[in-house]
Ligand binder design. Sequence first.
Ligand code: XBP
Length: 230
Amino acid sequence: MKRYAALVFSVDGALAETEELHRRAFNDVFRFFDLGWVWDIAIYRKLLRVTGGKDRIRYYLQMYDETGHRLSDHDIADLHRFKTARFRQLIQDGQYDLRPGVAELIAVARERGQRLAIVTTTARENVDTILTEKFGLLWKNYFAAVVAGDDVERQKPAPDAYLKVLDILGLPGRDCLAIEDSRDGLDAARAAGMPVLITRSMYSSEDGFDDAQAVVDNLKELRDFRLKLI
Ligand code: XBP
């Protein structure tokens, strides 16, 4: 396998198993505002097909809400700001770890001079908190580019975020490997002309990824390929 010029990580589910903390943050804020909403694992698995927390709340309101709440886009944005603050608290409480093999892969890529980037639909503040907790403030020297939720109009599976990161890196998609955990992330990166390595996560373990370059249960498996995949 050729060596890629850059590795582009998605965050929730790929870099770290943080979707459960997102789900908890949503529920904590719904309870705080007495909305009468509880997103259990089953409904959250369905809602994850809507990428981006604000759009996810809007979709739930339209498709599932039976309380009759009427929330404007401004209300949803306010609610999401509280949710992001709660999520960052949960991250700062240390209630998560980088997924197996992630820190090792990042260290090897840095030694090799491969560039690193982030493409995610989560809020930029969340990326900063997650990476600062695990790499300290130096993380900003490790990652050449970060494209987060509000940086593009159309979220995954649209290719916008991946096209934006390729533009920032000044690299063609074929020379960069996207490391994703979701079907929408795979579709977004493929539409941007990038090969994709799928690392299955808690919410994507049953999904089909037939057009991925490779599918692993976690990045420690790359050691078995002696990192040939990247
Ligand atoms: C990120 C997401 C986000 C989170 C919620 O996944 O799916 O939508 O679920 O975060 P990835 P926000 O990193 O693979 O793009 O509420 O901040 O959107």
